[in-house]
Design a binder for this molecule. Sequence first.
Ligand code: FES
Length: 568
Amino acid sequence: MPDRRSSAWFGADGRAGMIHRSWMRSQGLGPEVFDGRPVIGIATSASELAPCNVHLDRVAEAVKRGVWQAGGLPLAFPTMATGETLMRPTAMLYRNLMAMEVEELIRANPLDGVVLLSGCDKTTPAMLMGAASVDLPAVMVTGGPMLNGKFRGEDVGSGTHVWKFEEERKAGRMTEEECFFAEGCMARSNGHCMTMGTASTMACLAEALGMQLPGSAAWPAVDARRFETAQAAGQRIVAMVAEDLRPSAILTREAFENAIRVNAAIGGSTNAIVHLLALAGRVGVPLSTADFDELGRAVPTLVNLMPSGRFLMEDFCYAGGVPVVLSRLAEAGLLHQDVRTVSGPREPAKCWNDEVITTVAEPFQPPGTGTAVLTGNLAPEGAVLKQSAASPELLTHTGPALVFDTAEDYHRVADDPDLPVTPDTVLVIRGAGPKGYPGMPEVANVPIPKKLVEQGITDLVRICDGRMSGTGYGTVVLHVSPESAVGGPLALVRTGDRITLDTPARELTLHVSDDELAARRADWTPPESPYRSGYTWLYREHVTQAHHGADFDFLHGTRGSAVPRDSH
Ligand code: FES
């Protein structure tokens, strides 16, 4: 019998082996499956509370077929799912909890390899983080995007059009009833958001990192090829166990550099920054916020998808998906090709629609227009701005601050006709960082005040220590670090202070003297936390700042697959 990890359970002598096999046989498994074949866990985050993942049990069935075909023993198990739209206060609060659960479930069970089934925003990074910390062979299958939304003959993007419809309703151009009808047109099938929001971004980056099979990110959730790909992943993981191909061999610095460049090329979500930083921390790869600017600056945006562009994930799939983006970056010398992936060396891919995936020579947006990393006396450890989602005329702007300690404070007065706001105003929303909220929610792109919407103003500079939905847009400075709750300079801004956003120079400046800031700091007291126990207390105690990926400080690094004690 081969000396596998699972053999310590199923190949054990005497009573221990009997216990492990006997209870598994209660599921109808015959004795022949305990012959030392690789045992493959299928971690599925299917949940009716996470609608983007609800179909993953069917994907798991396809993976199982592949594992059986290749001579393995598939065992599916549920993990928690962080449904972006329903979980309060924010799904991000639970990414680290899910990552812990995935890590512990893999390690605690008799598994030789694992297939990770994810979909909604946080589930993909959580699965990758957990699996990386165990470092058993692992392959990811994301659940795929929904079909394109269709409303009145036009494509509508999940998330992106929620903002647009809300603005239309506020401006009196759409009725409540029309919005109600439109919301059904936006979500036509199983799958995650089909804009280049965080879920699509992280699916593409899982492929760019080498953790998904080629083309896997873009097949729509309901496409037969989604299930073919899942079956192929089931076959492949059995071979990966034989090769002992682990995440630590795939998730190298070069793989992260590839992912950062792909993120720039696809016009990916700013949330990818915190997720990749956290994942890099798990595998001990040095990565900083500045890397995203330095590496991304030379990369043009090739993919013309909402929220920055026009098309949706279904179009991206039919154009050729991530393999085309990788091919185009490789041809331009912008990709490390000597990297390991779950599927071996990458093959060149042909593009079937240059409007959706543009060429490097004639890109959708030129190099240097991707995500900018800003620093300055308002963000000593950095802040980020998605230029492609911003208004070009606001990328360089100076204006007076209008400060809100919480996003909720702003929402209470956003429709007030007397709100002291002009098109020059810089809205500062604080208290939304990892510790402050807690959970670093997607509240940064607060809606434009009604008073300005009625004047035809569609964008304002907004600055926040929280995040923005990957489907959102606007001139929004995000992830300001350190956050206000730990005394970052954002905590010291007062209404009326002048702030300069200078994106070309990558600077964010608060025009207040050092002496005045020191005096304000002396007066500042940290906000009191209402949490004395429970998970949220643990989160606040141990979450790191955005520039470290908002992971828990005690989860950095890999811990391997060895089980500390064996009482059987
Ligand atoms: Fe799940 Fe957008 S809400 S991916």
